[in-house]
Write a protein that binds this ligand. Structure first.
Ligand code: FE
Length: 165
């Protein structure tokens, strides 16, 4: 059966959480990366308890937060962006920039922080990035970023925790 981006994009879910409800979407085909090599592992029930519903949806189920919803879009202080699942340092603030897409974006990643895997949930092939230590889904990598790398790490704010320098 032919795949349809419209069908996949229609996989919306509204998650009631904390102070309000936030609409999130994901492709129906997303699967967590194989867990065998991650040094930090928890059961699904424990991840839900540790992360809360919104972060669980992003990190453990491949969800994507609504664009322009993250307070981290406006974060400009010096510091480091850590994995919200396991606290591994992932991105340095000096590589953060505003890509205008509505998610925190970075043109580089810290060494040994992330792993990549092909993502075919939309018609356009993309590269999904996840935490090297806990396997948490972070976002996607594109090749339309600024110099010097021309990379764009498009990351869900809910997958990150900012630690100021
Ligand atoms: Fe992690």
């Amino acid at each position: 059966m032919p795949r349809s981006a419209n069908v996949n994009r229609a996989a919306f879910l509204t998650v009631a959480a904390g102070a309000g409800a936030v609409a999130l979407y994901r492709g129906v085909a997303w699967k967590p990366a194989a867990a065998a090599d991650y040094s930090i592992q928890h059961s699904d029930a424990d991840w839900m308890r540790i992360l809360g519903r919104e972060r669980y949806w992003i990190l453990r189920q491949g969800g994507t937060e609504q664009p322009f919803s993250s307070p981290l879009n406006a974060e400009t202080r010096n510091g480091t962006y850590h994995c919200a699942g396991c606290d591994l340092a992932l991105f340095a603030s000096r590589t953060k920039y505003d890509a205008g897409e509505g998610w925190p974006s970075f043109w580089d990643v810290l060494p040994h922080a992330i792993l990549e895997q092909a993502d075919h949930e939309l018609l356009e092939a993309r590269t999904e990035v996840h935490c090297r230590r806990c396997g948490g889904h972070l976002g996607h990598l594109f090749d339309d970023g600024p110099p010097p790398t021309h990379l764009r790490y498009c990351i869900d704010g809910l997958a990150l925790r900012f630690v100021s320098a």
